[in-house]
Design a protein around this ligand. Structure first.
Ligand SMILES: [Zn+2]
Length: 122
């Protein structure tokens, strides 16, 4: 009986893969398009900003992602210059492959450099 309920891992991947990838991507895009967050938040969630008064490499990313979801590219870049890269990294989580690891490695390096640039107050 247990064997009858067991789902072959390969079979499960074949079924769940496309649905998860496409459905998850579309669901995330729908949320980013439908939900509007305030341009100036009442309070900041970033502990680094609380402590230092400076922006970390991720500050503004939430607002930027929601702006990108509505096609407002310049507004998104205003909130966080690396938000287009961040959105590609976010959506890549629904996909797999060696390219994703390379994307994330390069992306993390870019955010590290951006963080230094922001913290230095440029
Ligand atoms: Zn921050």
């Amino acid at each position: 009986m247990i064997d009858a309920l067991r789902i072959d891992a390969e079979e499960q991947r074949a079924w769940a893969g496309p649905w998860f990838r496409i459905g998850g991507s579309l669901a995330l895009l729908a949320v980013l398009w439908a939900v509007t967050v305030p341009a100036e938040p009442r309070f900041r969630l970033c502990a680094f900003h609380w402590l230092t008064g400076r922006q970390c490499p991720l500050c503004g990313m939430t607002r930027a992602l929601f702006a990108l979801g509505k096609g407002r590219f310049s507004e998104a870049v205003h909130f966080n210059a690396l938000s287009p890269l961040g959105s590609v990294m976010l959506f890549s989580l629904f996909w797999s492959g060696a390219w994703r690891a390379r994307l994330w490695s390069a992306g993390i390096a870019a955010f590290a450099v951006y963080g230094v640039w922001r913290v230095m107050g440029a």
